[in-house]
Design a protein around this ligand. Structure first.
Ligand code: NIG
Ligand code: FE
Length: 424
């Protein structure tokens, strides 16, 4: 049985309470629920009470002396952050392409010339399970140090049955062995392999007939994602893959309208996707249909920053009633970062979001985007004690002082894994 823990006297506890049943939209995205001079009482890895420090002390007075106490004086407490879109498991880096882009080459030019996703696919195919496990563990530790306690992870750098399974097996093992919780997404349709460039439909058939059944049979993924983009997979091909996944119980997600407007947002609404991601070039009609169908918009401003592109229209989406979540898109090509706090800065400074909205977008709405809102994403009795303590006096600092790590303590299921900013 793990220890009872009392987080005491926090300047602010940001609970995010009240959005567990459905993602926060419109004004509700500003509803973050702040308790000043707050405390959190944890037993056996779960949150038992979130209240003012005074009320908690009164309620648990007979047990305070035996609880492990974490003094949060002058600090703030939030739910552990949730990153709902990453390409965590991969091998290799692409700093050479970054240098090429700085000289004017575009992301798609590099990909069409056999680099980009293909370069990472080659490196990932060549890597052993153990090498992928080791590299991904390092990244997960960095996520944890930046206050993140749950991470979605996609395959899609394998592109053969065997290599896709290898990536998914690494995710499965990490989920068992690493304290950060992982949610797995199959993304066999991340790119058409170079040697099948002239017959993409044949590759789509293979994803549907060979890969999906095996991934589903072995329960290696919860979601099924596809890169719907001009020159990658068409909306028609994407639809086939997503509908086929649904028949196996995999919920659709879509990389939509990232580089060009391509009716990806519309497709997300049509197939009943849980989320559409990127959306830099989403059309007004697409945004409207997402709002109507209740598709969550997972925005990844790190790619706009790093690819020097126009940002997604977060303000317009929120005003239209789309529930918005934010993510790093951590990957070696379009967003080589694990810093979700930096993504919060970008959300405010470049997408017109408020500090309250970016908190919602990286906690409870992110949890909804990967189906774990019943266990995580807010500080409420009964949820997992996944908690980040930040060494800042109020929540505005999280999106104000940028490019630095304010994490003091990270608690995962009641255990302190980061203390004083360092991994234990
Ligand atoms: O989310 N857009 C497609 N996939 C990734 C990029 C992957 C890569 O460049 O390696 C993304 O941006
Ligand atoms: Fe991505």
């Amino acid at each position: 049985m793990s220890q009872t823990v009392f987080i005491s006297n926090a300047a602010e506890v940001i609970t995010m309470a009240g959005h567990t049943n459905k993602p926060a939209k419109k004004e509700a995205m500003s509803d973050i629920n702040v308790i000043e001079n707050g405390g959190v009482w944890i037993e056996e890895g779960k949150i038992v009470a979130v209240d003012t420090d005074e009320n908690i002390r009164a309620k648990y007075k007979d047990h305070i002396n035996t609880a492990e106490q974490i003094d949060a004086t002058g600090k703030i407490v939030t739910p552990g952050l949730i990153d709902p879109h990453t390409h965590l498991v991969h091998a290799g880096t692409r700093e050479n392409e970054y240098a090429m882009r700085l000289k004017g080459k575009t992301y798609m030019e590099i990909m069409n010339a056999g680099g980009g996703i293909h370069a990472t696919t080659r490196a990932t195919q060549q890597a052993t399970h153990e090498e992928l496990y080791e590299q991904s563990t390092k990244r997960l530790n960095q996520f944890l140090q930046h206050g993140v306690t749950t991470v979605e992870a996609k395959s899609g750098y394998g592109l053969t049955l065997e290599d896709e399974l290898k990536q998914l097996e690494v995710t499965e093992q990490l989920n068992k062995e690493h304290p950060v919780d992982l949610v797995s997404t199959f993304m066999g349709a991340h790119a058409v392999p170079l040697d099948e460039k002239n017959n993409p439909d044949k590759f789509v058939d293979r994803v549907i007939e060979e890969m999906l059944p095996e991934v589903a049979r072995r329960k290696l993924a919860t979601f099924n994602d596809v890169f719907c983009e001009r020159g990658v997979f068409t909306p028609e091909q994407s639809k086939r893959i997503l509908e086929a996944g649904k028949a196996y119980g995999l919920t659709p997600k879509i990389h939509a309208d990232e580089i060009e407007s391509y009716a990806g947002a519309e497709l997300a609404a049509e197939v009943g996707a849980i989320s559409a991601e990127h959306l830099l070039k989403a059309s007004d009609e697409g945004i409207r249909s997402m709002a109507e169908a209740g598709v969550i918009g997972v925005l990844l401003p790190g790619t706009a920053f790093f690819l020097m592109a126009e940002y997604a229209q977060a303000r317009r989406m929120i005003d239209a009633g789309v529930a918005v979540a934010l993510s790093t898109d951590a990957n070696p090509g379009s967003s080589p970062t694990i810093s979700l706090p930096f993504i919060m800065n970008l959300g405010c400074l470049n997408m017109g979001m408020t500090p309250e909205e970016v908190l919602t977008a990286t906690t409870i709405n992110a949890a909804h985007a990967i189906g774990c809102a019943n266990e995580a994403g807010s500080l409420e009795a009964g949820k997992k004690a996944d908690i980040t303590i930040w060494d800042v006096p109020n929540y505005l600092f999280l999106s104000y002082q940028y490019g630095m790590n304010h994490v003091d303590t990270v608690i995962k299921a009641g255990k302190q894994l980061v203390v004083g900013g360092q991994l234990r």
